[in-house]
Write a protein of this length. Structure first.
Length: 295
C-alpha cells in the first residue's frame, strides 16, 4: 500500500512547487503539438465521425478513414503554412509508419524543422500490442533513421500506457512524455531507468476532445484558449510561476477549412504578446532541467 496518489509522481500542488525562472523572462510558454497519424485502410478506425449503418462497424470504414486521410492531404498544408510563415516551433507527434505511408508529408515536416516526437508505430493503443517494448524501440529507431536525431519526446497514441510504458521509453532514451496530463508546469516522473519529465498537455484544450468527442462549434477551442490565458495571467502574477499552454492539434480537426481561421486568430494573438514564448518539447525540457535541476 502506498500513500501516493500515483506511483510515478509524488503529489504536489502547483502553488507548492519551487519557483521556476521563466525562459527569457517570458512566463507564458506556448507548446504547439501537431499529431500526425496513419489510420490504416484495412483496419477499424481509432475514432469515428460517422456512425456506421445499424451501428455495425466494418472494414473498410470509408467515411471515417477519409476523415483522417483528408487531414493529411488538405489539413496538413494549412497547418504547415500557418506555423512556417510565423516561424513558430512545433512538436510533431508522429506515428512512425507515416514516414512510409505519407513520405512527402514526413519530408515536408522534417524540412520545416518541426521536432519529431514518438507517437507509436500506428494509431493504436499500447495496451493492445503483443510486444510493447519492441514496438516502442522500433518506432523510435524509425524516427531516428529518418531525421538523423534520436527523439527525446513521446506522446502515446490516445494517451495510452501500460504499467511498463514509461520504463520502456526511458530505456530507449526518451526524456519527456506528454500523456501525463497532471499540471500546468512540467513534472518529474519516476522510472526504473531514471527520471522522466512530464510536459503539460491538454485534455479539455485539445481539438480531439472538443471537436471529435464533445462536438462543439468551430470557435470553441479559440474561446477555451482565450479563457485559459486570462486565468494564467492572474496566476502568473499571484504565484510568480510560469505556465505552459499546450495546444494539441490534429490535421483532420483543426486543419479543416471552417476551423483554421479560428486557430490562426488565437495563434496571432499569442504571438503578439510580450510575455509569451513559443517553444517545442525539447526546448521546454531544456529550460525546465536548468530551472529545476534534479536534487
Amino acid at each position: 500500500m502506498t500513500n501516493s496518489s500515483n506511483p510515478r509522481a509524488p503529489y504536489v500542488m502547483t502553488c507548492e512547487h519551487p519557483k521556476l525562472a521563466p525562459p527569457d523572462s517570458k512566463p507564458l510558454i506556448v507548446h504547439v503539438v501537431v499529431n500526425i497519424e496513419y489510420w490504416a485502410y484495412d483496419q477499424l478506425t481509432p475514432r469515428t465521425i460517422v456512425i456506421p449503418p445499424h451501428g455495425r462497424s466494418h472494414v473498410p470504414d470509408l467515411p471515417n478513414f477519409c476523415w483522417s486521410e483528408y487531414g493529411n492531404r488538405a489539413g496538413m498544408p494549412r497547418l504547415l503554412d500557418l506555423f512556417t510563415r510565423r516561424n513558430i516551433p512545433v512538436s510533431a507527434s508522429i506515428n512512425a509508419s507515416v514516414i512510409e505511408v505519407y513520405p512527402s508529408l514526413a519530408r515536408t515536416v522534417r524540412d520545416a524543422g518541426w521536432e519529431f516526437i514518438g507517437h507509436g508505430m500506428h494509431q493504436r493503443a499500447l495496451g493492445g500490442e503483443s510486444d510493447e517494448a519492441s514496438l516502442i524501440e522500433s518506432s523510435i529507431d524509425t524516427l531516428e533513421r529518418f531525421t538523423g536525431k534520436r527523439p527525446v519526446g513521446w506522446m502515446s497514441p490516445g494517451w495510452s500506457e501500460t504499467y511498463d510504458t514509461l520504463d520502456h521509453l526511458r530505456a530507449n532514451g526518451i526524456e519527456y512524455v506528454c500523456q501525463w496530463v497532471i499540471d500546468d508546469i512540467p513534472t518529474r516522473l519516476t522510472t526504473k531507468y531514471g527520471p522522466m519529465v512530464s510536459l503539460p498537455y491538454g485534455l479539455d484544450i485539445n481539438d480531439s476532445v472538443i471537436f471529435a468527442i464533445e462536438k462543439h462549434s468551430s470557435a470553441e477551442m479559440r474561446l477555451r484558449i482565450e479563457e485559459t490565458v486570462r486565468t494564467f495571467e492572474r496566476e502568473i502574477t499571484e504565484f510568480g510561476q510560469p505556465r505552459v499552454l499546450t495546444i494539441p492539434l490534429h490535421p483532420h480537426l483543426s486543419g479543416v477549412a471552417h476551423r483554421i481561421n479560428h486557430l490562426t486568430t488565437v495563434i496571432d494573438a499569442l504571438a503578439a504578446r510580450e510575455d509569451t514564448v513559443f517553444m517545442n518539447g525539447s526546448q521546454i525540457l531544456s529550460w525546465y532541467q536548468k530551472a529545476s535541476p534534479v536534487g
